[in-house]
Design a protein around this ligand. Structure first.
Ligand code: FO1
Length: 328
């Protein structure tokens, strides 16, 4: 049996070659975690990001999760919003609003430059991985950030009062303040993993699932054919961080969506959601009393501080995710 170079490299794990790691990413929660993981994992890291939140607006291709990760790691993200850029002005959107155009999706004047560039490059025939690399490089990042697919993938949400709407219409126009009856990932069946994604998952020493929304940020990544099978096959090497703490999401609708989609909004609900995907689930100290219930659901619980707004937590959490033994 011929041993591939990459598996030699990963099995060698020479001290200067950090073990290859994959992080499955949504938006804000993933970006915050990557701030701790990127410095520690070095060039062995591949961040595979959701593109189901993407949208075409004003003739522009917008990739919110890719941009949130990029801006956060570049220390350029708006601290107040968690997305978009610090120090934004909104002149262009004011003009669009003046004409009665779509102005509920806030595109800052600087952020618009990203979408102008991305759209132009895609129109020139560049693929989203290439363009994303150009953008992360321009921000001085040496992060390998890849979209899960280059194909069209759109998270669609069915609401109780408006029927099916796009993810951003749910999340932004409706401020996710409406009950959801179902979620689907338009285009998933015909999508293929972007080049290198399946290899990164196969070659990874471990796979980290970021504390993103399971229903609308992690699931669209898993919906691309081949991805969830590849990760499930590695279940013992997969470690997730619960996005639910004390029954609540720190940001966004993950708690309500779990309830609306038939799960309890707790670390146990998250453990059930990820039961056949994840061997280990990191839960916050607030939920220490639920560790046994998590274990009974399947994933091995690890209890630690996971609220990354507290000093030192991001670094400690990243270190735990990168170094804790996953196989008992
Ligand atoms: N979120 C909002 O709540 N309101 C907005 O107006 C908004 C605009 C926006 C523009 C670019 C971008 O990259 C993200 C933006 N977001 C906005 C956040 C976005 O809806 C979410 O970050 C993700 O799609 C969910 O993770």
């Amino acid at each position: 049996m011929v041993t591939s170079i990459s598996s030699l490299a990963s099995s060698a794990n020479s001290p200067d070659m950090p073990a290859p790691v994959v992080v499955i990413c949504g938006g804000v929660g993933a970006a915050r975690l990557l701030r701790g993981i990127v410095p520690a994992a070095g060039d062995g890291l591949t961040a595979i990001a959701n593109v189901g939140d993407d949208l075409e607006l004003h003739g522009l291709h917008i990739s919110p999760d890719l941009d949130t990760i990029t801006y956060t790691l570049a220390d350029a993200v708006s601290a107040e919003r968690g997305w978009g850029l610090e120090g934004e002005s909104w002149q262009a959107m004011e003009m669009v609003g003046r004409y009665g155009g779509v102005d509920w999706f806030g595109l800052g004047d600087r952020d618009l430059g990203t979408h102008l560039y991305r759209t132009h490059r895609l129109d020139q025939g560049a693929d989203l991985t290439t363009v994303t690399a150009e953008i992360t490089t321009a921000w001085g990042l040496d992060l390998r950030l890849v979209p899960v697919t280059h194909d069209r993938l759109r998270t669609m949400v069915t609401t109780v009062d408006e029927g099916e709407i796009s993810f951003q219409e749910y999340f932004v126009r409706r401020q996710h303040d409406v009950a959801v009856t179902s979620v689907r990932f338009d285009g998933a069946a015909d999508a293929t993993p972007a080049p290198g994604v399946l290899d990164a998952i196969a070659d990874a020493e471990r796979i980290i699932v970021a504390p993103s929304n399971p229903a609308v940020s992690i699931d669209p990544v898993l919906a691309v054919p081949g991805i969830s099978e590849a990760i499930r096959a590695r279940r013992e090497d997969v470690i997730a961080v619960s996005p639910i703490i004390g029954g609540k999401a720190l940001k966004g609708p993950a708690d309500r969506l779990l309830n609306e989609l038939g799960r309890e909004s707790s670390v146990v609900g998250v453990a059930e959601w990820y039961a056949d995907l994840v061997g280990t689930l990191v839960i916050d100290t607030i939920d220490a009393d639920l560790a046994d219930a998590v274990s009974a659901t399947g994933p091995r619980p690890i209890v630690t501080d996971t609220i990354m707004t507290q000093a030192g937590v991001t670094e400690a959490l990243a270190d735990l995710l990168l170094t804790t033994a996953l196989r008992s």
